[in-house]
Design a protein around this ligand. Sequence first.
Ligand code: HEM
Length: 179
Amino acid sequence: MKYPVWELNIRPLFRPLDRRHMLFKFDLYNYQNVKDFADRIADRTAFDMPTFDRGGPWPTEWVDMFNRWAKGGADPKVGPPPFARLDLATGTYTAVRDTTNRDLVTVTASVVRPSPRSEIWFQEDEDASSPFSYVLYLFKGTDKPRDIPTDVEEVIPIPVSVTSITMRAADGTKVVKIT
Ligand code: HEM
């Protein structure tokens, strides 16, 4: 069964407004903070958080998913682990501006998937402070390891005035020049 992970299913439950109002206590965009306060977050989102004058508490499905994320699988050997999150991958990158439509850039990450059921992709990095920042995620499969070289590609609208992007990955954050 598909299990919830922080980056894909839990972090998007929090609005900028929630984060701003709760910063006096913890940072709802911070994995470790949400993990540390998970019991209280589960209690309060089922009851009175977000506050009633700002949209009100979560539907039970969201609270259930949050709890499922916090608890993990019944058997930790089989998984999923409690507080599951994605891994970062490593890759080499190119960013090439389209010759006909100058507003489009094809960004390619050459990666090695560690098994057939593992997936690697990149997406906008919500934790980055500057625009045109991306993060290279790895969702590790539990199948038998086998290296699979793969090119992951996204065609992204990036204004002509922008000359580089950044990619956050397991080996750090790299600046990739747009050619
Ligand atoms: C999903 C969003 C939110 C979550 C998970 C959340 C969670 C919590 C938790 C766990 C506490 C108790 C902290 C403690 O242990 O001391 C708390 C308290 C508080 N929260 Fe939130 N909150 C959310 C959204 C908001 C919003 C939108 C507001 C204001 C508009 C707000 C205002 C407060 C205030 C004033 C307190 C302290 C008073 C109290 O405990 O009732 N929260 N919240």
